[in-house]
Design a protein around this ligand. Structure first.
Ligand SMILES: N[C@@H](CCC(=O)N[C@@H](CS)C(=O)NCC(=O)O)C(=O)O
Length: 195
């Protein structure tokens, strides 16, 4: 059975949500990041991770989503299709423009590391707001990012919106809020273990 390693309040939620989408039974080992337990659990202590049935450990949430999508032929467009390029474009864009500043913002909110000087804190907030604004302006007319069908790109953006809300960084933008509301109607999102 697959084992998700990582606390459901982190990017591990993406993996738990994906496995619910695929109806794949799994175990969940709630290891907190930045702890000795994380280093004991996975190489380099970097979470989340997915342990395969043979003990292999995969790391990086987006790589794991791609692995599961390709392995089960679900929540992804076929390689070489235009839709696949759109899907992957969204995954990269969200990782660079939203996930990265959101990680820094979260560190500030959690008080991890030295307190940021106000200008740095404001710059990170601006970067995050710009990332969200760019995503909002680029949302397609289709229900999901790469067309009519929900894909792993939607898990990544949906998770970032859910994460931003938790850290008081969710923008007011009505388009993003409507998108998040759609995400939240998915039974797998609701079933995923966020603890
Ligand atoms: N791009 C990675 C980011 C993972 C990440 O930054 N994890 C943090 C915890 S939230 C961590 O374990 N950092 C320790 C490290 O990178 O060594 C992903 O999507 O999984």
């Amino acid at each position: 059975m697959y084992k998700v390693i990582g606390y459901g309040g982190t990017r591990a939620f993406r993996l738990l949500w994906m496995l619910e989408e695929l109806h794949i039974p799994h175990r969940h080992d709630r290891v907190m990041p930045f702890t000795q337990a994380a280093h004991d659990a996975v190489p380099g202590g970097r979470l989340p991770a997915l342990e395969l049935r043979d003990g292999t450990i995969l790391q990086d949430s987006t790589a794991i989503l791609s692995f599961l999508a390709d392995r089960y032929g679900a929540l992804t467009h076929p390689p070489g299709s235009v839709e696949r390029a759109v899907q992957e474009g969204w995954m990269h864009r969200v990782a660079e423009r939203i996930d990265s500043p959101l990680m820094n913002w979260t560190s500030f909110m959690q008080g991890r590391g030295p307190p940021p000087v106000p200008a740095v804190r404001a710059w990170v907030a601006d970067c995050l707001a710009e990332g969200f604004a760019g995503a909002a302006d680029s949302l397609p007319d289709t229900p999901w990012l790469a067309g009519e069908d929900f894909t792993i790109a939607d898990i990544v953006l949906g998770h970032c919106l859910h994460w931003a809300e938790r850290y008081q960084a969710l923008p007011e933008d009505a388009r993003l809020r409507a998108y998040l509301a759609r995400v939240r109607q998915r039974p797998a999102y609701l079933a995923a273990d966020s603890s």
